[in-house]
Design a protein around this ligand. Structure first.
Ligand code: PGA
Length: 257
């Protein structure tokens, strides 16, 4: 059975390298014994090197990757550069980048391809902005199809899909977490779309994790009832105690379906 995955998305936090080092040390020491979980810590770019030097048990993630392989693109960070820092995962297509920075499905597809080319595992975020009723909106499937355009069956096995309904992300006004039951329906839907694109045996190899106001109290439900294969954690990943508890819960409740 594959390990569950917990990804810490620090976003544009903390404010200084000093705080980042403290946080990384606490996360590293507090999660040492949670052997069933793969942990990825994704700090802001300027903190990658130092945080990477602290993490032994946890892997190092980036919060983005350039859609260009290299060249004259001011402010961009390439997959090759990330790889040279031993970055193993990159969060791609986060809704905050779509909403505030104009990231499109075309850019996301380029980023997924370039990450895979460098051996970096994409943590591909998909999720609807609004949900009416029980059905998972078709936009989730469209985002997935667009992001995976041209990705071979061999490569897609390296992709992790993070279902992040935008309305559930803690920084959105009035945000509340999804329910385990509805997250499970989203998982089934995502798995079905993957199966339409790839063979079932391939589609089943792609882990599906949940993100959106995850905390130590609700993670258990997402893992058991929601049958999630892990979580993408924003706000709660900045509180080391809370994050360590989340990892411990996932360690107990890992599941796969
Ligand atoms: P949140 O963020 O856990 O603070 O809701 C999740 C994310 O944006 O990835």
């Amino acid at each position: 059975m594959a390990k569950s995955l917990v990804v810490a998305n620090w976003k544009m936090n903390p404010a200084s390298i000093k705080e980042a080092v403290l946080l990384a040390r606490k996360v590293e020491s507090g999660t040492l014994r949670q052997g069933n979980v793969e942990i990825v810590v994704a700090p802001p770019f300027p903190f990658l090197i130092q945080v990477g030097s602290i993490l032994k048990r946890a892997r190092l993630g980036a919060q983005d990757i350039s859609g260009f392989a290299g060249g004259l693109y001011t402010g961009e960070v390439s997959g090759r550069q990330l790889r040279s820092l031993k970055v193993s995962h990159a969060i791609i297509g986060h809704s905050e980048r779509k909403i505030h920075l104009g990231e499109t499905d075309v850019m996301i597809n380029r980023k997924v391809r370039l990450a895979l080319k460098q051996g970096i595992k994409p943590v591909l975020c998909v999720g609807e902005r609004e949900r009416q009723g029980r059905d998972i909106p078709a936009v989730v499937g469209e985002q997935l199809r667009n992001a995976l355009g041209g990705i071979s069956p061999q490569s897609v096995k390296k992709v992790i899909v993070a279902y992040e309904p935008v309305w559930a992300i803690s920084t959105m006004p009035g945000a509340k977490p999804d329910t385990p039951d509805s997250a499970f329906r989203a998982k089934v839907y995502i798995r079905r779309v993957l199966t339409q694109i790839y063979k079932r045996t391939i589609a089943e190899r792609v882990p599906i994790i949940y993100g959106g106001s995850v905390n130590s109290k609700n993670i258990g439900g997402f893992m058991s009832e929601g049958k999630m294969e892990g979580a993408l954690v924003g706000g709660a990943s900045l509180n080391p105690r809370e994050f360590i508890k989340i990892v411990a819960e996932v360690n107990r409740g890992r599941s796969r379906s």
